[in-house]
Design a protein around this ligand. Structure first.
Ligand code: FAD
Ligand code: ZN
Length: 479
């Protein structure tokens, strides 16, 4: 055997690369055919994938019965799997047992990587070279190098200078690693939708995929959305409770992978970041909840960031009449810039006055869709009465707990239509964020106009005051 420090210069019938499940079987078969074979394996043991991937929790997702060699009835009968889906250490024990039982190791050279193989037309032989200086001649060259055998260490900035210990699942140490009492950061466990360096927009509800709503194919209503389970902490261990599972005004946050939606990285982060909350709520109130479609008339009450986004959404959806209603002339001017076809200054109108003004702009009937982006009983009533018979009311402004609504029940019955509320614009981030980012990049969704200013983290208080005064739609903190 094997592991010889002296390089081989020999001739065999076949060279096999790799001593995983495939390589071992190749060796067994070649021997049965009476051929002399040599196996080169980069690792210092058999098992391939199951030799390298020894991280805690690794196990087979195929039933053990099926993940067994079938070439030997005796082998099948004598080996007892302890579980239907065995752990990596049990699979590794099995494959070592196979190597021993059929005395395969004597033809395997471990810790040796095949570096080149060239075919000679004249001799009809391969010359296979290794990183140990072997040059073996063989009639057959068989690669069993594995489809998944190359570990991929992600390019994590700063890893070189990292002072702690770090481990990679695909190259886990052979000795047990003890994390007792250690502070451990895990990057990428089980995450398949995003990787380090991706350009993502964060959303505040990772859809479960399994609740009643998800099962009836309406995942945007998901009744069991979730956030990261691991708590963020300060360096002294104090646990943090991030608002809406994202947190704000922080340089770093910890979210569930499903709260990250990849979008086209050509987009300005300040603009598309707004899709993560209020702007999506407004656009979605019109496009998803209100189901605004071409030719519709829409009335939007309240023209802050959300209301103006509803105006933009209505325009995108093809509404032909878009009425913006607000008490602030500055906001109405902005609404007009963003696509409102008409404005109503409600500063000196009562509820009936607002309704009458909307009716006057819609042939005396009212709007097909009325969106309350304020969230007060009086604005909701305006929306309710300002819509046409059988029209749709969408409540996207968020009321406070003490607010009560009083309305004749007969009017609810008599006017028909639908009365809906819009949570997060009934959006499905994975569907809507990339689509809206594309529309933005094509110049069809003016997200830039919502970025009134870019500020440093020290100017947040001022920004809230500006928003309250109606001077800005959104102040984006740039870190
Ligand atoms: C984490 C993980 C989990 C998996 N889970 C399952 C599962 O549950 N069920 C399932 O059916 N499949 C699973 N697989 C797929 C698995 O790859 C196959 O089931 C099977 O083990 C592959 O065997 P193999 O012999 O073809 O390749 P590998 O097991 O990959 O063996 C290839 C060997 O070739 C060696 N090698 C490569 N290049 C060279 C070189 N140039 N010189 C020398 N040696 C070299 C490698 O070191 C390695 O040991 C999993 C794979 C991974 C990575
Ligand atoms: Zn769900």
């Amino acid at each position: 055997m094997t592991n010889s420090q002296n390089a081989q210069q020999e001739t065999v019938d076949a060279v096999v690369v790799g001593a995983g499940f495939a390589g071992l079987y190749m060796l067994y078969r070649l021997r049965q055919l009476g051929l002399k074979a040599r196996v080169f394996e980069a690792g210092d043991g058999v098992g391939g994938t199951w030799y390298w991937n020894r991280y805690p929790g690794a196990r087979c997702d195929v039933e053990s019965m099926q993940y067994s060699y079938s070439f030997s009835e005796e082998l099948q009968q004598e080996w007892q799997w302890s579980e239907r889906y065995p752990r990596q250490d049990e699979i590794l024990r099995y494959v070592n047992h196979v190597a021993d039982r059929f005395d395969l190791r004597s033809d395997i050279q471990f810790e040796t990587r095949v570096t080149a193989a060239s075919y000679n037309d004249d001799s009809g032989n391969w010359t296979v070279r290794t990183d140990r200086g072997d040059a073996v001649e063989a009639r057959f060259f068989i690669s069993a190098g594995g489809c998944l055998s190359a570990g991929r260490v992600p390019d994590i900035p700063g890893l070189d200078g990292f002072k702690g210990k770090w481990y990679h699942t695909g190259n886990w140490p052979h000795e047990a690693v003890d994390f007792t009492g250690q502070r451990v950061g895990v990057i990428g466990t089980g995450v398949t939708n995003v990787e380090v360096g991706d350009f993502v927009v964060l959303n505040w509800r990772a859809v479960c995929g399994e609740c009643r709503a998800c099962k009836r194919a309406q995942p945007w209503y998901c009744f069991n959305t979730f956030n990261a389970t691991q708590k963020m902490t300060l360096t002294d261990g104090t646990e943090l409770s991030p608002a809406l599972g994202i947190g704000a005004f922080a340089e770093k946050t910890l979210v569930h992978a499903k709260q990250c939606t990849k979008v086209n990285p050509a987009a300005d982060p300040a603009a598309v970041g707004l899709l993560g909350c209020g702007i999506m709520a407004g656009i979605g109130a019109a496009m998803n909840t209100g189901n605004v479609s071409h030719g519709d008339s829409v009335a939007v009450i309240g023209c802050g960031g959300v209301g103006n986004a509803a105006i933009v959404g209505s325009r995108l959806a093809g509404a032909s009449v878009i009425i913006a209603i607000d008490r602030d002339a500055k906001k109405l001017a902005k609404a007009q810039q963003l696509g409102a076809t008409h404005t109503i200054d409600s500063s000196d109108l009562d509820e009936d006055g607002v309704v009458a003004a909307v009716q006057a702009l819609t042939g005396g009937f009212g709007a097909d869709v009325a969106i309350d982006a304020v969230g007060r009983p009086e604005t909701w009533r305006q929306a309710f009465y300002a819509r046409d018979l059988a029209g749709t009311v969408v409540l996207v402004g968020v009321p406070t707990p003490e607010m009560m609504l009083e309305i004749p029940l007969l009017d609810v019955f008599g006017r028909g239509g639908s009365l809906k509320s819009s949570w997060y614009g009934d959006c499905l981030p994975e569907r809507d964020f990339p689509m809206l980012t594309d529309l933005y990049l094509q110049g069809r969704l003016p997200l830039d106009q919502f970025v009134s200013e870019r500020i440093g983290i020290g100017h947040i208080e001022e920004a809230f005051e500006k928003m309250a005064r109606g001077d800005v739609l959104r102040s984006v903190v740039v870190l």
